[in-house]
Design a protein around this ligand. Structure first.
Ligand SMILES: *Cc1c(COP(=O)(O)O)cnc(C)c1O
Length: 388
């Protein structure tokens, strides 16, 4: 008999009833050190007092207001995002998938309004942009699309990081290039600054829009507010979600005035998108994370964590190949699929997340302490040793 919850996930037999910072407390009272953060979502840890205050304060006032009216909390969040990024304008969504859908619509509308037949969006193998029909067509992975055809047309996948393939594929008919600066689900695979600069240059040469998916790598995860800042380039459109709500469902599409020009009244909408509750939390997350001192701490801790992980890899050469990633978006490339290692982590009361390309993802809350980093590495060490 089918479970009452649609069985689309292989779930571990653990349930959590409480959280405190980097710790998730299970129903049996045991404490798990959380290096998954709900997949890069809980950027400020569990039950962060500032976020609880922002949420409960707003919850006592008004939860939901239609976009038929002005929403000051939404304007505040948009102001903060514009102030700290390349963007001129922002649409607030409830998830990363919805952000991807709007990004695709925005690209199409841009070229439609230019009177040009440019609909092809170039994407990359190993990409993840969500699970809607549009987002699976964009990523094109066999695993995600099988059985869900016909696929939405207009996407072409290129080998990951293959700039020769991009140069050969991009033409004056290309609508956009859509890419994650650091692939998350694909296995914590960062693009080099030089690659990102070259992608921007190729888009400029052919007039194509550059769409960056920073749903996983954004919001301070890499040590900059957004990962593309390292390369000194800016996109035309960017998707954000996961970390921006600190655990409350929230996403956004950021765009330049030019790229967004076609999105006039009536062209897009959302019942819940930009509601006061989500935006009150999102604005508080932005105030905390977009702070230079906070980001400097993320970088300091990331260097400490990485150094310890290099030692871990050296100590278990039969389990690990290397460390990769940037900031606190780290991956341990393993010799085999990391499913057993994730399980061995559970036995050590440690939460990690598997990814493609034999990679174990480590995505701790950005405010994890030095002591917790040392404890996490000790638990990873025991988990790896238990596999031998
Ligand atoms: C998680 C993710 C998405 C989809 O976000 P949802 O909130 O799950 O819809 C899109 N792009 C990237 C890079 C992601 O990591």
């Amino acid at each position: 008999m089918i479970s009452h919850v649609l069985p689309t996930y292989n779930r571990a037999p653990i349930a959590f009833e409480k959280g405190e910072g980097a710790w998730a407390i299970a129903t049996d009272g045991s404490r798990y050190l959380d290096l998954g953060s709900g997949i890069a979502v809980n950027v400020l840890g569990h039950a962060n007092p500032d976020l609880v205050a922002a949420l409960t304060e707003q919850a006592g006032r008004i939860w939901h207001v239609s976009n038929l009216y002005q929403i000051p909390q939404q304007e505040r969040l948009a102001d903060l995002l514009v102030e700290h990024t390349f963007a001129d304008t922002v649409f607030i969504t409830n998830s990363g998938t919805e952000a991807a859908e709007l990004a695709i619509k925005m690209v199409r509308k841009y070229w439609h309004d230019q009177g040009q037949d440019r609909t092809e969006i170039l994407t990359f193998e190993g990409a993840f942009h969500g699970r809607s029909t549009g987002a699976i067509a964009a990523a094109g992975s066999e695993k995600m699309v099988k059985g869900f055809g016909p696929l939405m047309p207009g996407f072409r996948q290129l080998p990951w990081g293959d700039l020769d393939a991009l140069e050969a594929a991009i033409t004056d008919r290309t609508a956009a290039v859509m890419i994650e600066p650091v692939q998350g689900e694909g296995g914590i695979r960062p693009l080099s600054d030089a690659d990102l600069q070259q992608i921007r240059a190729l888009c400029d040469k052919h007039g194509a829009l550059l769409v960056l998916d920073e749903v996983q790598c954004g919001m301070g995860r890499t040590g900059r507010l957004f990962a593309h800042e390292y390369a000194g380039i800016t996109p035309d459109i960017m998707m954000v979600a996961k970390g921006i709500g600190g655990g409350f469902p929230l996403g956004a599409v950021l765009a330049t005035e030019k790229a967004a020009a076609g999105m006039v009244a009536g062209t897009h909408g959302s019942t819940y998108g930009g509601n006061p509750l989500a935006c009150a939390v999102g604005a508080r997350v932005m105030e905390i994370v977009a702070d230079d001192a906070f980001l400097a701490e993320v970088n300091r801790k990331a260097a400490l964590f990485r150094q310890k992980l290099e030692g871990l890899v050296a100590a278990h050469p039969d389990v690990f190949e290397c460390v990769r990633g940037q900031g606190l978006m780290l991956g341990l490339k393993c010799k085999a699929a990391p499913a057993d290692l994730v399980k061995a982590g559970y036995a050590q009361h440690l939460l990690t997340v598997p990814a493609a390309d034999n990679t174990l993802r480590l995505l701790p809350p950005l405010n994890i302490t030095d002591e917790e980093i040392a404890e996490a590495v000790a638990r990873l060490d025991r988990a790896a040793a238990s596999l031998a």
